[in-house]
Design a protein around this ligand. Structure first.
Ligand SMILES: Nc1ncnc2c1ncn2[C@@H]1O[C@H](COP(=O)(O)OP(=O)(O)O)[C@@H](O)[C@H]1O
Ligand SMILES: [Mg+2]
Length: 356
């Protein structure tokens, strides 16, 4: 879905306001510290019920206020969130929901910012989350398998920690193995598709570097998961948790056959991280046909002009709802001649800007 309207009250430094957005391109300008990232954060929270900037949502409540209110109109639903120091209320179409995933499922949203590089240089968990995000929104059964897997892993770890009823381990092993096989097959498959997309469609962004993605399973490649769990049982009991499994899977990102994080320049890494994200967005859009939101925070500070234009061209071709921040009211070449909306933020005050 795309968001057509946002109302915010007592959120970060922003003055309470209702904004109508453009269905495809929204450009946001303003000096450093004016509140641009905060506006993107409000949109993100309305889709995800969490922030990309802090684990403590209460930090986003305006200083000296009791709580924030966010309200969003999407194509076919309305979302309302209210957060005080000790309460977080999520409503969809006016009804309180208990499970965050009901909201999260509705509108896929992602962000490009200075942290995007972590996809390559960060921990394996970040790469798994990247793949999982894409599959979560495309494959209806993915979430069910994921829940089963999480449940089995939790129970198994509980047993290992307590060291009681260890004979039940075998039982939980089977529960762990079944969803693992399905989830891993999905992940491997998507990994291959992303690699294909990057190679075929995004090679210009990467210039002459030959990119490869290699899926590495979280246990020895010569063994089945069952064999690995059996072999590591003593070790698992000693450490009190499950040492091998798909929670240890990794995606190795290679540039000309070498680990990309070790050999590429920072500029190349930035372009590669964007290419990977664009590939995932494309696959998500193609497979699900869903409307997606992408927030692009200060790309100009991150990338040279030509590379930026390539990024915008690719993004526009996918057909997303874009929110793009920049310090100056800059209109990328790729966007000129298209219909868009522009906003300007000054000391927390957001104004719709006329552009000619
Ligand atoms: N909870 C809050 N209440 C009030 N102001 C805040 C809060 N959190 C951050 N700020 C302030 O909001 C301002 C805007 O931040 P930000 O959105 O990151 O600006 P920009 O992205 O335009 O550089 C910062 O000056 C920051 O100090
Ligand atoms: Mg910012």
């Amino acid at each position: 879905m795309s968001i057509s309207q946002l109302s915010l009250t007592d959120f970060r430094n922003l003055q309470s306001i209702t904004l109508d957005f453009h269905p495809t391109i929204n450009l946001i300008s303003g000096d450093n510290g004016s509140g641009k990232t905060s506006l993107l954060e409000a949109i993100f929270i309305l889709c995800q019920a969490r922030s990309f900037r802090t684990h403590h949502l209460k930090r986003t409540i305006q200083h000296d206020k009791n709580g924030f209110l966010l309200f969003g109109r999407f194509n076919d639903y309305k979302a309302g969130l209210s957060k005080t120091a000790d309460k977080f209320d999520i409503r969809v179409n006016g009804e309180a929901i208990k499970r965050r995933s009901i909201l999260v499922n509705k509108t896929p949203i992602n962000i490009v910012n200075t942290d995007s590089l972590d996809l390559i240089t960060g921990s394996p968990q970040q790469r798994r989350q990247y793949l999982d995000w894409c599959m979560f929104h495309v494959e209806q059964s993915y979430n069910q398998h994921w829940q089963k897997y999480q449940h089995a892993l939790k129970q198994r770890n509980k047993l290992l920690k307590s060291r009681k009823d260890l004979k039940l381990l075998e039982y939980w092993d089977d529960y762990l193995i079944n969803p693992s096989i399905v989830l891993q097959a999905y992940r491997e498959n998507y990994c291959g598709e992303i690699e294909q997309q990057v190679k075929s469609e995004l090679s210009e962004l990467l210039q002459d570097v030959n990119i490869g993605l290699k899926y590495l399973q979280g246990w020895h490649s010569s063994m089945s998961l069952k064999e690995s769990l059996n072999k590591n049982r003593e070790r698992d009991i000693r450490s009190g948790f499950t040492n091998t499994g798909i929670h240890r899977d990794n995606i190795q990102i290679l540039a000309d056959g070498y680990p990309a994080a070790d050999v590429l320049s920072r500029g190349q890494l930035k372009r590669l991280s964007l290419a990977l994200l664009i590939a995932a967005l494309k696959i998500l859009k193609q497979k699900s046909g869903r409307q997606l939101i992408l927030l692009v925070d200060d790309l100009r500070a991150e990338m040279d002009g030509l590379a930026q234009e390539r990024v915008y061209e690719s993004l526009l071709a996918i057909g997303l709802q874009l929110f793009i921040t920049n310090i100056e009211p800059h209109v990328p070449e790729a966007i000129k001649g298209k219909d868009f909306k522009m906003f300007h933020v000054e000391h927390g005050m957001i104004k719709t800007r006329k552009f000619s």
